[in-house]
Design a protein around this ligand. Structure first.
Ligand SMILES: Cc1cc2nc3c(=O)[nH]c(=O)nc-3n(C[C@H](O)[C@H](O)[C@H](O)COP(=O)(O)OP(=O)(O)OC[C@H]3O[C@@H](n4cnc5c(N)ncnc54)[C@H](O)[C@@H]3O)c2cc1C
Length: 387
């Protein structure tokens, strides 16, 4: 890592203790995140997702004066690993443009981008990203939420349907929703939806095992009126917008989920060595294998992030990094419980939380089976060679 990336890593490492301090409280009382949102460790997450040209003079800076907005994917994975070392749930519930920001940046007209990103400059604000539907998660081309013209001039549309497992929606002001205007994969559009109509846009939180602070919810749109100006990518061809924008967005941000899982891996491994001072030979061997996987996964994540910065169409490495990180975080949290015994699971609430959060990463931005299919398709089409 060059000097700049090392400084960035040090800068974000300093936020981790605060994340650790508030993580369990936010899990128990998700509304608490709103009270902490003005603090620098949370606000920085918002700033890092605002493209530099829309970032106001208030941007948080490193000691050497580097503005922490518009971070590249490589910079993000370095930052996210450190934040998730503190607490992954806090990072995922911090305010900001998040996945909707990537779609806006990709598909929005200049006017839409300016109006969307300027809303983040004076206060913490949350967004949601709604793609998954009940029983239609992995295959996004099957979505059924409908967007229909509501008048002859197509100045207003009407949005109806359901979305499932949508994070942060309860505290969000707006978010990107994917909906169908016609049959087929090219009949899907992305639209920016304001959360301002509690009758025609309802959100019901769901019970989850891990990542509880996200309060993933079941959304119902019941003829929600959408002005034509909220449709994204209308200046682009059908082949460049809609679901293809989602794929591009996932290719870029999947490495962030992998980095988040890796932060939890490192936190749990440190916890095991702090809590249990002596290990037998077999355990030492297991630990050294896990450490080897931690280092190699980190290298793959950083490489994948660099590739995503250069070519957002290339999702092979991002998928690989996520498969590796998810399998490692599940193995490490299971190993920690074996090492420290069942009482640790009860007595150490942070370990308990990491164990549960680790199972959530499998689903964020596509399951491991879908990542493996993506890797396989790249291999079969000759876009990637196995070493
Ligand atoms: C904590 C959390 C937060 C989330 N946040 C969001 C959010 O903010 N926005 C959003 O849109 N979604 C969100 N999701 C939803 C997530 O993206 C989906 O859960 C995920 O895409 C899987 O979809 P599904 O749950 O419908 O499972 P399914 O698609 O029903 O899959 C079930 C199982 O079948 C396997 N499978 C499916 N198809 C195939 C195939 N072709 N080949 C092999 N195996 C297959 C899958 O790998 C999985 O193991 C979130 C989920 C969780 C758990």
């Amino acid at each position: 890592m060059d000097e700049h990336l090392q400084e960035l890593e040090r800068h974000f490492r300093a936020y981790a203790p605060y994340y650790r301090k508030i993580g369990l409280k936010i899990e128990r009382d998700p509304g608490y995140v709103e009270q902490c949102a003005e603090s620098e460790p949370l606000l920085v997450v918002q700033h890092m997702s605002i493209p530099e040209r829309y970032c106001s003079g208030r941007a948080i800076k490193t000691k050497t004066g580097r503005k922490l907005c518009g971070l590249s994917n490589l910079e993000r994975v370095i930052a996210i690993e450190q934040l998730a070392y503190g607490d992954a749930g806090v990072f995922l519930t911090a305010p900001g443009p998040s996945l909707s920001g990537v779609v806006l940046n990709e598909l929005g007209s200049e006017e839409q981008k300016e109006s969307f990103f300027s809303r983040f400059n004076d206060r913490p604000m949350w967004t949601f990203f709604a793609l998954t539907e009940p029983e239609r998660g992995s295959d996004a081309t099957m979505i059924r939420t409908r967007l229909k013209a509501a008048d002859e001039d197509k100045r207003f549309y009407s949005l109806s349907g359901e979305k499932y497992f949508i994070g942060n929606v309860l505290r969000a002001s707006c978010g990107v929703v994917f909906a169908r205007v016609a049959e087929g994969a090219l009949g899907i559009e992305a639209v920016l939806v304001e959360k301002n109509d509690p009758v025609r846009f309802r959100a019901q939180p769901l019970e989850t095992f891990g990542l509880r602070a996200l309060q993933v919810s079941h959304l119902v749109f019941d003829g929600m009126p959408i002005p034509e100006s909220q449709l994204l990518g209308q200046h682009l061809s059908k082949g460049q917008r809609g679901i293809l924008a989602a794929v591009k967005m996932f290719n870029q941000r999947r490495t962030g989920v992998a980095a988040c899982a890796l932060g939890v891996v490192k936190a749990v491994m440190d916890l095991v060595s702090d809590e249990r001072k002596t290990f037998n030979e077999k355990d030492k061997e297991t630990i050294s294998r896990l450490e080897y996987r931690l280092n190699s996964t980190r290298q793959v994540i950083r490489k994948a992030a660099e590739i995503a910065d250069q070519d957002p169409q290339n999702g092979y490495y991002a998928s690989l990094s996520k498969v590796m990180a998810v399998s490692l975080v599940e193995d490490v949290t299971t190993f920690a419980v074996q090492m420290l015994g069942p009482s640790a699971f009860l007595e150490n609430p942070f370990l308990n939380k990491c164990y549960r959060d680790a199972r959530g990463f499998e689903y964020l931005e596509g399951t491991s089976n879908m990542q493996k299919l993506n890797i396989f398709q790249h291999y079969m089409t000759g876009k990637v060679a196995l070493a």
